[in-house]
Design a protein around this ligand. Structure first.
Ligand SMILES: C[S@@+](CC[C@H](N)C(=O)[O-])C[C@H]1O[C@@H](n2cnc3c(N)ncnc32)[C@H](O)[C@@H]1O
Length: 273
């Protein structure tokens, strides 16, 4: 059997495991297991025994609903490959909006200090640093496992990013622009999420407390009372933007909201004069 025929059989297994995008995922797994390009895949490349064994192992993992990106070991974000795996959130496409907001805020200026709070794989901080080398980029994170991935990704794409292990922004003294995609899922809703998230991604990356906004409110307060950045941009979940904007206004900020590509209010921008 060639690669495409093997992928056809793999897709049937993944479909039976309940995956929506089984055909696409089967192709990705076959190509990654064999280390072949799309062109070689469509040209009918043949898999050797080692690639077949690797694919079999990966399919069994995916059937248990382990995230595809944990199995392949990477996810593309803002045009770059980020190493991911157990212990770190897989960066989501909608989070690219936070990078756009950060870049708009620093481009054309001179040497702004950008702080990303809760950097996970480093996707946001590393993308900003790679796209705007004139900025100083600091990224904080509580989880040592996540920080290990952030360090790998910074080394690959933007070695100047300063990684700091601390609670929110506690160890940082100054920032002009603060970006954060903090955990925002209400604690009681995590178990109802798809298994790739609820069973595999770290709780510390998901759990935002009773209403999902516990960490976000703490960071807004720290920015209002201590850091005073000119911009705090926060990614939020569906239906949370109004409450987050109100929390910012109650602490003296002007608030605005940006929609993602699906039209969901996704980033709340808070500005202090
Ligand atoms: C939703 S994930 C986002 C990760 C990454 N920024 C992204 O967008 O892919 C939230 C991150 O915040 C980290 N985190 C949770 N609580 C934190 C805290 N108190 N201080 C710093 N980081 C925290 C988690 O470990 C996780 O990596």
């Amino acid at each position: 059997m060639n690669a495409r025929e093997i992928a056809g059989a793999a897709a049937r297994r993944l479909e039976a495991a309940g995956l929506e995008d089984a055909r696409f995922e089967a192709e990705v797994l076959v190509r990654e297991a064999a280390g072949i390009s799309r062109a070689a895949y469509f040209a009918g490349a043949v898999l050797d025994g080692e690639a077949r064994a690797r694919l079999e192992h990966w399919l069994a993992r995916r059937e248990r609903r382990e995230p595809l990106a944990y199995i392949t070991g990477w996810r593309e974000f803002y045009g770059r490959r980020f190493a991911v795996g157990r212990g770190v959130l897989v960066p989501r496409p909608e989070t690219e909006l936070l990078v756009d907001v950060g870049l708009d805020a620093v481009r054309g200026g001179r040497g702004a200090v950008v702080l990303e709070v809760g950097t996970g794989s480093g996707a946001v901080a590393v993308s900003v640093a790679a796209e705007a080398p004139e900025a100083t980029v600091i990224a904080t994170e509580l989880s040592p496992e996540a920080l290990r991935f952030a360090a790998l990704n910074a080394a690959a794409h933007a070695p100047g990013v300063q990684l700091v292990r601390c609670d929110l922004a506690a160890a940082v003294r100054r920032a002009d622009v603060v970006l954060a995609n903090l955990p925002y899922v209400p604690s009681g809703e995590i178990d109802a999420l798809e298994p790739e998230v609820s069973a595999w991604e770290p709780r510390v990356a998901l759990d935002g407390g009773d209403d999902g906004l516990q960490l976000i409110r703490r960071l807004i307060r720290d920015c209002a009372e201590r850091l005073r950045p000119r911009l705090l941009a926060l990614e939020v979940g569906f239906g949370q933007a109004d409450a987050v904007a109100a929390a910012g206004r109650s602490l003296g900020a002007a608030a605005s909201t940006l929609p993602d590509l699906a039209g969901i209010d996704r980033v709340v921008c808070l500005r202090w004069a």
